[in-house]
Write a protein that binds this ligand. Structure first.
Ligand code: EPU
Length: 417
């Protein structure tokens, strides 16, 4: 198992190219199942999650290949309708194959994802959506067994604006008979990106980016070629790296217009942020000002940036409060950050971070994608050596992170234990 050794403190300087967004790419990969043809995705990041989704598709009989950011997927035929536990347990988004398999073939068997390190993470909204479109669902030995004749468009009202349920329902509705109206839909940019790809494949979709999405189902869907949007969370993480190290970093190939809530907090911390349509320069202050953060659904502050901003606030000049509204238990990074000497108290879903003058390098353990990037941020300002164990979590969501950080001036090396 690989680890990172980081020696701090360091100051990051230079520019970094932001990769395609993991959370936009995974729905697009699942969407190819609807087409029965050869699809191409551009700007695809080579991540552990990309490879896991390729394996999920391969298990279904759909071959794919990834070279230089171009992912070719041949969804002409499907030979299995089952996404097995071994893959779903390593990546919950494997459940995205449920909607398209059901819509195109009338059957799907997908392992239940189960809970994760930060809570139960139910999928009831996905299942409610499929049933409202006419599917019969049975839970059988830990698997979702779904059957349907042709799905029928319907009104689906989500209890909360779940990104995953919105994706699954949009995919299923695209091949359903008639119109689906999805109420209380997620408004994340990744949803609009999926809508854009489906539109390019001939599906009529309106309202993406708002809480009500209309999808006019079709009898068949054209194969498509589509580019993955830049990753706003990877961009936010490098912006936080510039902030915490008092550095000067320019993010290239990013979408500042999709990052307003993050930019607001960077500026409130004292960073100087300059944007163009597709770049963002972040200059960190001498002293980081404390800020209060409430996570929420887009366009609120993303839960996927909570851990990274907590790392930044560990060395702020005063106390900050972070309230996690999306995943109340998403705090596995707190005990690890304390190992650097951070002062954090946790009461339910509220964390109070009292800034300290300096952090000290320590052995720490990555627990999920974003928690692990928070540990890298802390390690870069901590004095001395940090060893981050279990970095496979980082590799799920950050393309080539050690080379990108090293090019910006971080002292980071990969070691194999
Ligand atoms: N929820 C339910 N029932 C459901 C679905 C969701 O109760 O059927 C709840 C969840 O427990 C949570 C809230 O609704 O409290 C929102 O969950 P959502 O379904 O939106 O999350 P997700 O689709 O499972 C995606 C991202 C996550 C990101 C969340 C929130 C992907 C592949 N994953 O997850 O990304 O944190 O939206 O924005 O898009 C990451 O990239 O590190 C990551 C965890």
């Amino acid at each position: 198992m690989d680890s990172f050794i980081i020696r701090g403190p360091s100051r990051l300087e230079g520019s970094v190219r932001i990769s395609g967004a993991k959370n936009a790419m995974l729905p697009l990969m699942a969407a190819t199942i609807l087409t029965g043809g050869q699809c191409i995705l551009d700007n695809v990041p080579d991540l552990r999650d990309t490879r896991t989704m390729m394996k999920v598709l391969e298990t279904l009989g759909i071959p794919s290949s990834l070279e230089d950011g171009v992912l070719s997927i041949d969804a002409a035929s499907v030979t299995s309708f089952e996404a097995p536990y071994d893959l779903v347990r390593t990546m919950r988004a494997s459940i995205y194959v449920l909607g398209p398999l059901l819509a195109r073939f009338g059957k799907a068997r997908v392992s239940m994802p189960g809970g994760c390190a930060w809570g139960p993470r139910p999928i009831d909204q996905h299942l409610k959506g499929m049933m409202t479109l006419g599917a019969k669902i049975r839970i059988d030995h830990g698997y979702i067994d779904a059957q349907a004749d042709r799905l029928k468009g319907a009104e689906v009202i989500l209890t909360m604006p779940s990104v995953g349920a919105t994706v699954n329902i949009m995919l299923a509705a695209s091949l359903a008979d008639g119109e689906t109206v999805l109420e209380n839909a997620a408004r994340e940019p990744e949803i609009s990106a999926l809508a854009g790809a489906l539109r390019s494949a001939g599906v009529e979709i309106e309202g993406d980016g708002t809480s009500t999405i209309h999808i006019q189902g079709r009898d068949s869907i054209e194969p498509f070629r589509h580019a993955v949007i830049p990753d706003r969370i990877e961009a936010g993480t490098y912006a936080a790296a510039a902030l915490i190290t008092g550095g000067d970093v320019t993010l290239e190939n990013c979408r500042p217009d999709q990052m307003h809530s993050v930019i607001d907090k960077l500026e409130a911390c004292g960073a100087e942020v300059t944007v163009t349509d597709d770049t963002m320069r972040v200059v960190g202050p001498k002293k980081i000002a404390p800020v209060d953060i409430d996570t929420g659904y887009y366009p609120s502050f993303p839960t996927d940036m909570q851990a990274q901003m907590m790392a930044v606030l560990c060395i702020a000049d005063g106390a900050s409060t972070i309230v996690e509204h999306v995943y109340p238990d998403r705090f596995t990074h707190v005990p690890e950050l304390r190992r650097f000497g951070a002062k954090i108290t946790l009461d339910g879903h509220v964390a109070v971070v009292s800034g300290v003058k300096k952090l000290e390098g320590a052995p720490v353990m990555a627990t999920d994608i974003r928690a692990s990037s928070a540990l890298l941020l802390a390690a870069m300002v901590a004095e001395g050596e940090t060893k981050v164990l279990r970095i496979y979590h980082i590799e799920r969501g950050y393309e080539d992170i050690e080379n990108k950080l090293r090019a910006l001036g971080a002292d980071i090396t990969r070691v194999t234990d």
